[in-house]
Design a protein around this ligand. Structure first.
Ligand code: DGI
Ligand code: FE
Ligand code: FE
Length: 205
């Protein structure tokens, strides 16, 4: 994959891209660090296709898993401090690293742009209403080049031709996976399903 280095000019973050990449390298194990670099590149590609700001795509792609390797205590403390929905306490890292991780990014990386924060917040569960940037990060995480699962090629093709169809495809398959494996389903995941999957009926099978 050829990588594109975006120069940050819009002050969405008080860091250069190099400084941000350093912060991620410190925050993440090597495997996860390389995943976020691939998500960044995939997000830049999808941003160009969908006329979205590539700088926001780069920042959100790099930051989406910033909090993934934090201890549970950090998330629990943040939920209390920020007065987030107490129902979050019934879930774990899979849900926290996006929704609560966005708060840590705001505090620790100085990102205030709500579109970027929402892209991080919703990258795991999706949301009923998502901006193009949010859809891009949700999909880039799912189809980055190292992802290898049954259906990933279909997901890549759908996303390339219609971003929303990609969102619907991922949402349906994630819910299937959660049910198949007796996992708890976060209510937002169901809201995402209801908003996106019936709307693409006939286009995602
Ligand atoms: O952080 P990544 O591994 O790159 O990817 P991700 O943030 O999309 O996390 C994917 C995992 O999150 C995947 O194993 C499915 C899980 N997940 C998504 N929605 C839900 C969920 N897990 C639970 N328990 N409940 C959900 O609603
Ligand atoms: Fe994630
Ligand atoms: Fe990820």
């Amino acid at each position: 994959m050829t990588s594109e280095i975006i120069e940050y000019r819009h002050h969405y973050i008080p860091l250069t891209r190099d400084q941000l990449v350093d912060r991620l390298q410190q925050a993440l194990k090597e495997k996860r660090f390389h995943h976020v670099l691939r998500v960044e590149q995939t997000a830049i590609h999808l941003a160009k296709l969908n006329k979205v700001d590539v700088e926001k795509a780069s920042i959100a792609g790099l930051c989406h898993d910033y909090a993934k390797q934090r201890p549970d205590q950090d998330f629990i403390a943040e939920i209390h401090q920020k007065g987030l929905d107490p129902d979050l306490l019934n879930y774990g890292n899979a849900i926290w690293h996006g929704i609560v991780g966005a708060e840590l990014i705001k505090d620790e990386l100085g990102i205030w742009d709500e579109d970027i924060l929402n892209a991080v917040r919703h990258h795991t569960t999706g949301a009923a209403v998502m901006s193009k940037l949010e859809q891009i990060i949700y999909m880039a995480d799912y189809i980055e080049p190292a992802r290898d699962f049954a259906g990933v090629e279909t997901a890549r093709q759908l996303t390339e031709s219609d971003l929303g169809a990609g969102v619907a495809y991922q949402t349906k398959h994630t819910l299937e996976y959660l049910i198949e494996n007796n996992k708890p389903v976060y209510p937002k995941t169901i809201e995402t399903y209801n908003a996106w999957v019936p709307a693409y009926e006939g286009k995602i099978d």
